[in-house]
Design a protein around this ligand. Structure first.
Ligand SMILES: Nc1ncnc2c1ncn2[C@@H]1O[C@H](COP(=O)(O)O)[C@@H](OP(=O)(O)O)[C@H]1O
Ligand SMILES: [Mg+2]
Length: 285
């Protein structure tokens, strides 16, 4: 994979890996499994592990020199040494949505370079929507479950904030009171709940305007969607206590080899960058 740090990155190999991981997930999702009641050996766990195995093999073949921080590996205690450039992988984001069988779960592969998500792929295998960026622009395509590639797709871009009110997205399964209070401070026309990193992609595609997230998330949950949103013209603003400035959420290597320190601060994703002062003001609740 061509991966010069300044130039756009060819993400076709990442797209292929995400599609293959999606096939592994769908084989379990649509298979004859007993909804995920068991903690160990549950379909979710099997799907997470199968998808991550596909991605780790693909990355090892395509980019053997770039370390990978992946959710399941970190859970098992495998954390690479700190590096300025690394992949961040959430093989199945939206565990609760997988269990609910509502289709709102995604495969996520991001490339971080000095704290910035410079490339990413987000694939929702149940719907066939795939979003990606290699840095130059953000694109999306709809694929069939057996697709091996996504083609050129179409460009996606954020939209200007509508005068009639904002479409706001919130987590379907991890909503919190503070997020609701923040949303009440915004000029809202519609609030929609959705699972997983798809929320960032919906903002990137101009189908929503704001995604506030004050309940906890991990860096791998949002890095690929953040890359897509950034390339589509949007921002993910970090909300630090008392912070008065719009700071882009940054990524950092784990604080130690046990993987601690990979939590995100609270954040608000916005499509129209001119919304930054509006959402920051609303966040002072
Ligand atoms: N208490 C907590 N601490 C850290 N992350 C949490 C969390 N509760 C939920 N999350 C994160 O929120 C993600 C789901 O986001 P959403 O609510 O937008 O669908 C989860 O991803 P997984 O489903 O991959 O575990 C998980 O990483
Ligand atoms: Mg996740």
């Amino acid at each position: 994979m061509a991966a010069a740090s300044e130039a756009a990155i060819d993400c076709k190999p990442l797209i292929s890996m995400a599609l293959e991981a999606g096939r592994a997930i769908l084989a379990i999702y649509t298979g004859d499994h007993d909804a995920a009641e068991k903690k160990d050996g549950s379909p979710v766990t099997l799907a997470d592990q199968a998808a991550e195995a596909v991605i780790l093999k693909g990355l090892a073949d395509a980019c053997p020199d770039i370390p990978v921080i992946a959710e399941e590996a970190v859970s098992a205690g495998h954390v690479p040494a700190a590096a300025s450039r690394y992949f961040l992988v959430d093989p199945l984001d939206g565990t609760r949505e997988f269990i609910s069988r509502n289709g709102e779960f995604t495969v996520n592969i991001a490339l971080i370079d000095r704290g910035v998500p410079v490339a990413g792929v987000v694939y929702a295998p149940a719907s066939g929507e795939i979003y990606w960026t290699g840095g130059a622009d953000a694109r999306m395509a709809r694929v069939s479950p057996d697709a091996l590639e996504a083609g050129d797709g179409v460009p996606v871009h954020v939209r200007p904030a509508p005068e009639g009110g904002l479409t706001v997205l919130a987590s379907r399964s991890h909503a919190c009171t503070r997020t609701k209070q923040l949303i009440e401070q915004l000029p809202v026309s519609d609030v929609t709940s959705a699972g997983s990193s798809l929320k960032l992609c919906l903002v990137a595609a101009g189908r929503a305007d704001v995604y506030p997230r004050l309940s906890p998330t991990m860096q791998w949950d949002i890095a690929a969607g953040h890359a897509v949103l950034r390339a589509a013209g949007g921002r993910v603003l970090s909300l630090t206590p008392g912070g008065a400035e719009a700071t882009e959420l940054a990524y950092h290597a784990p604080a130690s080899r046990d993987g601690s320190g990979l939590e995100n601060s609270a954040f608000i994703a916005i499509g129209d960058p001119e919304l930054a002062p509006v959402v920051l003001k609303a966040s002072h609740i």
